[in-house]
Design a protein around this ligand. Structure first.
Ligand code: CP3
Length: 345
C-alpha cells in the first residue's frame, strides 16, 4: 500500500508530497456521468457496488495518493429523520426545515450498521479493493455546516435562520447541535470499524461565522467529535474549515492531526502560527486548474515552496474541484506535485 498520505498526516518523512483532491469523484469526470446517468445521486450513494466503483475512478484516472469514500455529508441527516432530496440545478433540499423544539425532539440518532449499512458496505468493498493501492478516507460534515442545511432547508446566502436560532434560541440550537454531534460520532466510529484509514470533517460554511460565534456554535462540537474518536482510534483526522483564515487559532484547538486550508491563506504564515503542532492540507485555488500548463506548473511550485517547513504537507485544492474542470488538467497537477516535490527533497 502507498502510505505516503498517511505518513504526511502524522508528520513523518515522505519521498514526495502526496495529493488527493476534494470532490475528486464527481461531475468533471465523464466516467462519473456514465454511472450517474442511470440513477439519481442518492440512489448512487446507496448502491455500495456503484459507489465503490465511482470512488475508484480518480485513483485509476488521476493517480492520486488517497481515495475518498463516495457519499455525501447530508446522508446521515436523512436517517436522523430529515427528508432529503437532491434536485437538479438546486442541489440538496430538506423538505421540512428544523426550526422548533418539536422538530429537534423528533430527530433520532441513526445506528451506523442498521441505518447506514450501505455506507459501511461501500467501505468494506473499498478496503478490499484498495488493499495494495492507496488509503481510504472516510468523512462527515462538521455540526455547524450540517445544522445550516437542516435549519435553512438547503443552501443559503446569509444563513439568517441559522444565525437567528443561535442568537434567539441558544438552548434550542445547542440541543440540535448535540444531536448532530452524537450522530456524527456514531457515524464516524462506524466508518472506522468498517475500515477507513483516515477521516476528514468538512466545515464548508464555518467561514460565515464571526470568531466569537465560532467559539460557541462551531468549534466545541468539532472538539467533542475528535476527542470521542481519539478514544477509539489513532487514524489521522483532518479538519477542514473552509474560508477559515480568521478561525485558525480556534481550529487548532480541535485536536485534529491535519488542518485543511483554502487558497485565501498564505501557507508560510500558517506554518509560523501552528509551529509544528499539526500537518497541513491544501491549498491551490481550484480554478488554477484552468491556467495554461506552464502557469499551472508555476502555481504548483509556489504552493510546494510555501509549504516548506510544515510538519507534513498533503497537497490538495483549497475547496472542491469544479465540474467544468478538464480531467487532463487535474491529472497534470497530480503528476506535477509528485515530480516537483521529489526534486525539492
Ligand atoms: O469525491 C468526493 O469528494 C467524495 C464525495 C463527496 C460528495 N460530496 C459527492 C457529491 C463529498 C466528500 C461531499 C461533501 C459535501 N457535500 C460537502 C462538503 C464539501 C464541500 O464541497 O464543501 C457539502 C457542502 C455537500 C453538500 C452538497 N452535495 C451540495 C451543496 C451538493 C450540490 C451542489 C454540488 O456540488 O453538486 C451536493 C451534491 C453532490 N455531492 C454531488 C457529488 C458528486 C453532485 C451530485 C450529482 O451527481 O448531481
Amino acid at each position: 500500500m502507498n502510505t505516503t498520505f498517511l505518513k504526511a498526516c502524522k508528520g513523518e518523512k515522505t519521498d514526495y508530497t502526496p495529493i488527493w483532491i476534494m470532490r475528486q469523484a464527481g461531475r468533471y469526470l465523464p466516467e462519473y456521468h456514465t454511472i450517474r446517468s442511470k440513477c439519481t445521486f442518492l440512489e448512487l450513494c446507496k448502491n455500495p457496488e456503484q459507489a465503490a466503483a465511482v470512488t475508484l475512478q480518480p485513483i485509476d484516472i488521476l493517480g492520486v495518493d488517497a481515495a475518498i469514500l463516495f457519499s455525501d455529508i447530508l446522508v446521515p441527516l436523512e436517517k436522523m429523520g430529515a427528508a432529503l432530496e437532491f434536485q437538479e440545478k438546486r442541489g440538496p433540499i430538506f423538505l421540512n426545515p428544523i426550526r422548533d423544539k418539536n422538530a429537534v425532539d423528533k430527530l433520532g440518532i441513526p445506528d451506523p450498521e442498521d441505518d447506514l449499512g450501505y455506507v459501511m458496505d461501500t467501505i468494506r468493498i473499498l478496503t478490499k479493493e484498495l488493499k495494495d493501492r492507496v488509503p481510504l478516507i472516510g468523512f462527515s460534515g462538521a455540526p455547524f455546516t450540517l445544522s445550516t442545511y437542516l435549519i435553512e432547508g438547503g443552501s443559503s446566502k446569509n444563513y439568517i435562520n441559522t444565525k437567528r436560532m443561535i442568537y434567539e434560541a441558544p438552548d434550542l440550537y445547542k440541543a440540535l447541535m448535540d444531536k448532530i454531534t452524537d450522530c456524527t460520532i456514531e457515524y464516524l466510529k462506524g466508518q472506522v470499524a468498517a475500515g477507513v484509514q483516515a477521516l476528514q470533517i468538512f466545515d464548508s460554511w464555518a467561514g460565515v461565522l464571526a470568531p466569537c460565534d465560532f467559539e460557541v456554535a462551531g468549534i466545541p462540537y468539532v472538539r467533542r467529535i475528535i476527542s470521542a474518536l481519539k478514544e477509539v482510534t489513532d487514524i489521522p483526522i483532518i479538519y477542514f474549515a473552509n474560508n477559515g483564515a480568521t478561525l485558525l487559532d480556534q481550529s487548532l484547538t480541535s485536536n485534529a492531526d491535519v488542518l485543511g486550508l483554502d487558497w485565501r491563506v498564505n501557507l508560510q504564515e500558517v506554518i509560523k502560527k501552528v509551529d509544528g503542532k499539526v500537518s497541513l492540507q491544501g491549498n491551490m485555488d481550484p480554478l488554477a486548474l484552468f491556467l495554461p500548463d506552464n502557469k499551472l506548473e508555476q502555481r504548483v511550485t509556489n504552493v510546494l515552496e510555501q509549504a516548506k517547513g510544515a510538519r507534513g504537507h498533503i497537497f490538495n485544492l483549497g475547496h472542491g474541484i469544479v465540474p467544468e474542470t478538464d480531467p487532463a488538467k487535474a491529472k497534470l497537477a497530480v503528476q506535477l506535485v509528485h515530480e516537483i516535490s521529489k526534486k525539492m527533497r
